[in-house]
Design a protein around this ligand. Sequence first.
Ligand code: PLP
Length: 335
Amino acid sequence: MSRTNPIGVAEIEAAQGTIAGTVHRTRMERSTDLSNRLGVPVHLKLEHHQRTGSFKLRGATNAVLSLSDEERKRGVVGVSTGNHGRGLAYAARQNGVRCIVAMSELVPQNKIDGIRAQGAEVRIIGCSQDDAQIEVDRLVAEEGMTMIPPFDHPGIIAGQGTLGLELAEDLPDLTTVLVQLSGGGLISGVAAALKARLPEVRVIGVSMERGAAMFECQRVGKPMIVPELTTLADSLGGGIGLDNEYTFAITRDLVDDIILVSEAEIAQAIRHAYWQEHQIIEGSGAVGIAALLSGKVKPDGPTAVILSGGNIDMNLHHRIISGEDVDVTQTTEEG
Ligand SMILES: *Cc1c(COP(=O)(O)O)cnc(C)c1O
């Protein structure tokens, strides 16, 4: 059953004030190439230039700064496909809070290194987000640490929503926005902000074909287990949780459409970002561009595409932009 959305624009505005000292307000840039191809102005939100390389810092910072003194003393723990862990580690370190990140074996090494570099402890457990969650639950029960999940949490959603406020401020004539969709923290916050500020905007979620958990759950009408698969969009991996409280309902109520892109389309979008836009983005950051280049989304007015992250293994990036036919779906390792 739907619960009323606890994340309104007031919570998102409050988060904007909370995180202002830590989080960059990232730039928006018009893409000449995409605007010419599509016949409408297309703007790129350069969120891969965010500190820690992704928008996840917004929610993590908001959540850490909302802890009580007692909670800060005991530390924070979270499960992550990499970028939430990095944002959480950064936010925790800024505030002198102990941080442990639990991840599955599917997480690329560069993401693990990025989290360790922020001073957090890393635990690699099992081969899915759900396996890693078991370790998080143990740390909460046995050590009294506070869990800060990557998406299904009001403070996280409000923090990610600050990106939506920036879109509305920078592009008052926006008609379509393409938002990466995994657990749905980003799209829930962005949609809540935009539907309040610019109610006519179409919010389109983009996921990868391989393991599109939220898409499958919305199709069926309830949270369920969706197998996790290797993909170039590694930050979009993982389920939405069987006991999802917020993002399933918010996505159902506020998101206008969800479309899926293939591995080849993601690789093409990474190449496009590099050669045409001079931007280095990870696979997950590229799915919005992939949706436009593939023709799967045909906007009819000013459009924003979020480049949500840039934390890609640079060897893998080099191979992709060199035109090599990279296939990460056969192994759990990157080359
Ligand atoms: C986490 C992440 C996403 C997806 O965000 P959700 O809130 O889980 O939907 C998209 N892009 C990047 C780079 C991410 O790290």
